[in-house]
Design a binder for this molecule. Structure first.
Ligand code: HEM
Length: 521
């Protein structure tokens, strides 16, 4: 058991090392004294009994007062966590506003205001230039960045590929990726994030393209490319904030255009290979489903370029799954009792038997842990829109051009909406697995809600279940694992974990992986 205190944090906070069942101590996020270490079980508003003294994962410090625009800008440019810029009021107000050099940004927490912006008046809002500049090299002209009629057409064409039957088609691919990960790992000390990153890409490549093994190095190259993108070309620069159009300061975007060329060369190659060697019989993966999509007159609905754009979008969006997988494993590693509960149900219904979405219901405890992981660490911590015309949002008059933010990070930890918002309490979802409520929005809201939600959740569940069926997982690192934002909610460090085979005593050392974890992700 590790319980080190006082490790200096990147964001200037101090926190505790946390391992098996480590519990909260020290002041809370708002500086208040903590409640007693062991709390009695009690009943929440929605009638669910909450476990004693839940694990409270560390987070960047929350400023009591809003930070000045200069300080926020400095933090952003120095790659400090965006979460550390949200003051206490953001977690308490229904509408939280701030100005950046005269520009108003409105965070909508109020469900009615969220509904107005993302559903009833969604046509008045579009993705901001900044998001398009950052995401275009990764996702091309696919669904994620499409707008208006183009978006409606694309969504209509893609929807059939994501029906429960078609997502079920991909489950064997996810199970195979989980098996490959479990075989590859072995007992000992491990940089689980690095391995999960590879496993998520492996799962995506299998489900999208039926690439069963990395014989020609395709997904190693793709993995390296995406990592490189998130660390370098995909990071916000000052000129991105100044740009009014996607094409502004194009000469400063050479790194991004180079990335786009290399990224699409890989994807175009995969599409061209499938054209040369089409699948026989029915569809075996998402690429087949996209190639088989038909317009009303029976002609192919998508050209090869459009297929590449959609595949790139799915791959880019699919990287969110890596982090969902990591945070799920991390939370399980930090709460032994919950891990044991999940393992018991996984051993009772082994992953090899799970071949349909309906069968995933055999793992309700795992599902609740994933729901809690997506609540505490939503892979997209903020979703932004720009008003096309003046509007009134939650009683606030906004002008055309105003940035309106929906932050799952804030809403999921909002003090009006959640009991013990920062605590890991999977039991809060008992009986609510299918109706998590309007304050739970990891996959977005309204017509542009994530099309790949079932795909992503089944992937995470199958890979994590396969891991737990083989190993006990512990955190073996004294450093606090703080979330930060790099296009997704990622851990600021790559922590060490310790795996032991189920028939070994926990923590028994069978050697460690030779490669030390890389520095901050
Ligand atoms: C845990 C993993 C994932 C999370 C948390 C997630 C979350 C989201 C969110 C919040 C949005 C809405 C963004 C907005 O409104 O601006 C979105 C959109 C989207 N997601 Fe996901 N996503 C995940 C995985 C996936 C996967 C695996 C795929 C594809 C296979 C995918 C495909 C998409 C696409 C294409 C869109 C754009 C939908 C549209 O604009 O109509 N996502 N996702």
């Amino acid at each position: 058991m590790i319980a080190t205190t006082g490790w200096p944090l990147a964001d200037g906070a101090r926190s505790r090392g946390l391992a098996w069942g480590a519990r909260r101590s020290g002041p809370d996020r708002f500086g208040a004294e903590p409640p007693a270490l062991v709390r009695p079980a009690r009943t929440l508003d929605h009638g669910v009994t909450c476990m004693d003294s839940p694990f409270i994962p560390p987070v960047p410090p929350t400023p009591d007062q809003p930070l000045s625009p200069m300080r926020r800008l400095g933090m952003l440019l120095r790659r400090r966590s965006i979460m550390a810029t949200f003051p206490r009021a953001a977690y308490e107000d229904l509408i939280y506003q701030r100005r950046q050099f005269g520009w108003l940004t409105v965070f909508v927490n109020d469900p009615a205001a969220v509904h107005h912006v993302f559903v009833t008046n969604a046509a008045n809002y579009e993705r901001p230039v900044l998001a398009r500049r950052l995401l275009r090299p990764l996702s091309g002209d696919g669904l994620l960045l499409a707008e208006d009629t183009d978006w409606r057409n694309q969504r209509r064409i893609l929807a059939p590929a994501f029906t429960p039957e078609n997502v079920s088609l991909t489950l064997p691919h996810f199970a195979a990726a989980g098996e490959a990960l479990a075989n590859d790992l072995g007992a000992g000390r491990v940089n689980l994030l690095a391995r999960i990153r590879d496993a998520a890409l492996d799962a995506a490549c299998r489900a999208l393209f039926s690439l069963p093994s990395d014989t020609d190095g395709t997904y190693r190259r793709m993995s390296a490319l995406v990592r490189e993108y998130f660390v370098h070309a995909g990071w916000i620069a000052l000129w991105d904030m100044l740009a009014r159009r996607e094409s502004d300061y194009v000469w400063l975007q050479k790194e991004r255009s180079d990335f786009k060329r290399r990224w699409f060369a890989e994807i175009d190659g995969i599409v061209a290979d499938r054209r040369r060697q089409p699948s026989v019989g029915g569809a075996r993966d998402l690429l087949d489903l996209l190639m088989q999509a038909r317009a009303a007159d029976g002609t192919p609905a998508l050209s090869d370029k459009e297929i590449s754009d959609q595949v790139a979008t799915m791959m880019a969006a699919g990287f969110e799954t890596t982090h969902a997988m990591f945070w799920t494993a991390y939370l399980l590693a930090c709460d032994k009792a919950v891990q044991d509960e999940v393992r018991a149900e996984v051993l009772a219904a082994p992953p090899a038997q799970v071949r349909t979405l309906a069968r995933l219901r055999a793992w309700p405890a795992l599902r609740r842990v994933l729901m809690e992981a997506l609540r505490l660490y939503p892979p997209f911590p903020v979703t932004a829109r720009v008003a096309r015309q003046d509007d009134v949002v939650g009683g606030v008059r906004i002008k055309a051009g105003t940035l309106v933010m929906l932050s799952p990070w804030i809403i999921h930890r909002h003090h009006r909406f959640w009991d013990q918002p920062d605590a890991f309490i999977p039991s809060r979802w008992i009986g609510r697995e299918d109706r998590p409520g309007e304050h739970y929005i990891p996959f977005g809201v309204g017509p542009r809600v994530c099309i790949g939600a079932a795909f992503a959740t089944s992937q995470v569940m199958l890979v994590v279940a396969t891991l737990l069926a083989r190993y006990r997982v512990e955190l073996d690192d004294p450093r606090p694992v703080l979330p930060t934002l790099r296009n997704a909610t990622v851990p600021a460090i790559e922590p060490w974990f310790r795996l032991s085979l189920l028939d070994e005593a926990p923590g028994e050392d069978r050697g460690s992986t030779a490669i030390p974890p890389a520095k901050a992700a």
